[in-house]
Design a protein around this ligand. Structure first.
Ligand code: ADP
Ligand code: MG
Length: 672
């Protein structure tokens, strides 16, 4: 997807770069490597840094290892041969009247002797390696040529753009300058535009981002251009939503409490205040004019499934069927079991279809034994269909589909979500995610969904203590875990890989025997993506029934698995995982009344990686962790590939620009 751009489609800005004087097919090919195809792309090619060339440092004042720009004339130049003449290095000496500077290139290029000719004047940027004599290896250089260009390349703050081989900063800067001179007048205000009393005009901002008069101008210009990007994005999101609301009528799914009362009575716990609040929002949607499009956020263990079940109950009461989708078979099976346990006794038919459960009657649907025989309160009876995406991609149509519940949204792409929902006659949609989405991303990405947050964990849970340790502590850790197993608790052991690979991270298949030995006499199960579905189910079943004391697994168990008796989570090579992912894994414990322990083993030597893990030691707040993860790793991890592709912004930052995103949302909303 191309980056959003809401400037008006002026054909000359959309013209290929070759319309600019000096750009032929060869240079166009180089520019294409920088994803610059049109004049507009060139004008929006954001500089990577700036050099203040209004004043240069006297060569005499250069400091060791401190980058600086100097300006001087070449007084000597020459080739030195070494290794019996097989290799050559090039050196020239620059004089600015204060001192001499040696510039060296260890790879001699054929053009150098002519280019760095004695008498020519150069700008040189780099870090002195030594001061005796003053020497810079492989500096960035620029020829100072008399004439107009002097105004573009020196005596001002100049941009240094992202470059590619064969295209120098000077050449690219000249192109941008030329493009501005010729086309600046065509850069008009987009509609809607931000308040020009607060922000510079777009055309000004484009000039300022390349050729600022003072350095603070850069940020002013960046904010204006970022705002334009966010407005374009918001227009996209909000108009999609508008169009949807204009065309889609909601199915009446509010329910009548017939089933809700007995359901809540036998649930075994009282809903938290947060759950109740969210449920009110959901009920209003289900009885509203437009189909529900709601994102339910809640930290791991906050009880999203119970809320989803309540929503399902409302739709069932209204005579509609419900689909529940999970990203993995394990999770689908678990939802199937929960929904069956909660709703089976009330006579609701709960059906399961996953990729590996294609056989059997009923179009491959499974029912938990005997439970379907119960009489239903509902006439006509309606059903809950639980499955992985296979449920929906198999061409299987659910009649009278009133509500679609998607668990763990971030595993599905936006496009996938849309196709799912189109399967029905605009059913209501409830998307649940345990990955707390930082507010910036939420606004930028899910502007077309309403958001509910469960910001409270059910009471009566044991505390989770988190420790980051080096591998040398493993013997003690095993001993600690054996102690917990002896007390009747259970443990998860997680390694990053299924099979041994070159990256040196531990693999579950390879370490299985070691772990069994380390935990003997306790029993250990093995779970990873390549285990056959039937066996997976058997292992999970045994672990749930406490027939297995420990479970060795990959991050496969990251989402949803719910075994309250498990109180230890040991993760080796913790540095291989993202923070949000580690938080998800940690969410597998602390689900019962017992105190829980998360132990992160890392051999990472660099302090940055260790510091990252320390965030988990310090906080259990999923939102704080997600923000930290976003800052450290960018949005890709959180969004999944498809979604991050749509988020490529040239000037805007999903991490820093919350205020701009908010403004963009309001500006877009007013204009639609
Ligand atoms: P998540 O939000 O991570 O999907 P779950 O829905 O799996 O969380 O809930 C985690 C556990 O908490 C489950 O065992 C669930 O039955 C239990 N639970 C949910 N709501 C409550 C509540 N209000 N009081 C006590 N336990 C609850
Ligand atoms: Mg869940």
């Amino acid at each position: 997807m191309p980056p959003p751009d809401n400037s008006p489609p002026v054909s000359q800005l959309a013209a290929p770069v070759t319309t600019l004087w000096g750009i032929g097919s060869e240079r166009a090919r180089l520019l294409a490597r920088l994803e610059i195809f049109t004049i507009r792309d060139l004008l929006l090619h954001a500089p990577r840094r700036y050099e203040d060339r209004r004043k240069f440092l006297p060569i005499r004042d250069l400091k060791l290892k401190e980058a600086a720009t100097v300006r001087g004339k070449i007084v000597a130049a020459g080739v030195k041969r070494f290794k019996h003449g097989t290799r050559a290095m090039f050196e020239c000496i620059l004089d600015d009247g204060s001192a001499l500077l040696h510039c060296r290139w260890w790879q001699m290029q054929p053009w150098m002797e002519d280019y760095f000719a004695v008498g020519r004047e150069f700008l040189v940027f780099g870090k002195p390696e030594t001061l005796k004599p003053r020497t810079i290896d492989h500096p960035e250089t620029e020829l100072v040529e008399p004439g107009d260009d002097e105004f573009v390349h020196v005596n001002r703050i100049v941009p240094v753009h992202p470059l590619t081989e064969g295209l120098t900063a000077r050449v690219l800067r000249a192109f941008v300058w030329r493009a501005l001179e010729k086309f600046e007048a065509l850069i008009t205000e987009p509609t809607p535009a931000p308040d020009l009393k607060v922000y510079p005009a777009r055309a000004n901002a484009v000039r300022m981002i390349h050729f600022p008069e003072e350095l603070p101008d850069v940020e002013i210009a960046r904010q204006r251009l970022a705002l334009d990007e966010f407005i374009a994005l918001q227009i996209q999101i909000q108009s999609r939503r508008k169009k949807f609301e204009a065309s889609a009528r909601a199915l009446p799914c509010r329910g009548d409490n017939r089933l809700m009362k007995p359901f809540l009575a036998q649930l075994g716990f009282k809903l938290t205040e947060a759950q109740t609040r969210v449920l009110r929002e959901v009920r209003a949607d289900l009885g509203g004019v437009h189909p529900m499009r709601r994102l339910l956020q809640g930290d791991v263990g906050s009880g999203k499934t119970a809320v989803a079940a309540c929503a399902a109950v409302m739709a069932l009461e209204s005579g509609f069927n419900v689909a529940v989708m999970a990203p993995t078979e394990i999770l689908a099976e678990q939802h199937f079991r929960n929904f069956t346990k909660w709703l089976g006794p009330l006579g609701v038919q709960v059906l399961l279809q996953t990729g590996s459960r294609k056989s059997g009657e009923d179009g491959g649907l499974m029912m938990e034994d005997g439970k379907s025989a119960r009489p239903s309160i509902l006439h006509p009876p309606s059903s809950i269909f639980v499955g992985t995406h296979a449920l929906f991609t198999s061409g299987f149509e659910i009649p009278k589909l009133g509500l679609v519940i998607i668990d763990e949204q971030h595993k599905f792409g936006v496009a996938q979500r849309e196709t799912l929902v189109r399967k029905g006659n605009y059913p209501h949609l409830l998307v649940m995610t345990a990955t707390p989405i930082p507010r910036t991303l939420g606004l930028a990405l899910y502007g077309d969904l309403d958001v509910s947050v469960i910001d409270e964990l059910p009471g009566g849970r044991g505390e989770i203590k988190t420790f980051v340790r080096g591998g040398d502590k493993l013997p003690k850790v095993w001993e600690f875990i054996r102690g917990k197993l002896k007390a009747g608790r259970q443990a998860y052991i997680v390694y990053p890989r299924v099979e041994e690979s070159t990256d040196g991270f531990k693999a579950v298949t390879k370490e299985f025997e070691n772990v069994q030995r380390a935990l003997a006499p306790f029993t250990v199960g093995l779970l990873h993506g390549r285990v056959k579905p039937a066996e997976k189910e058997a292992v999970m079943g045994d672990f749930r029934a406490n027939k297995l004391n420990a479970l060795l697994a990959t991050s496969l168990i990251e989402v949803g698995v719910d075994v309250p008796n498990a109180t230890v989570m040991l993760i080796e090579n913790a540095e291989a995982f993202g923070l949000a992912q580690l938080h998800q894994l940690r969410g597998r414990i602390g689900r019962g009344a017992h105190e829980s322990f998360c132990i992160l083993i890392s051999e990472a030597k660099n302090p940055e990686a260790r510091g990252r893990l320390k965030v988990l030691e310090a906080t259990g707040d999923g939102f704080a962790i997600a923000e930290a993860d976003l800052k450290l790793r960018g949005p890709g991890e959180l969004l999944g590939q498809q979604q991050s592709g749509a988020m490529r912004l040239r000037f805007g930052s999903l991490i820093e620009d919350l205020a701009l995103i908010r403004q963009a949302r309001d500006i877009a909303a007013k204009s639609l």
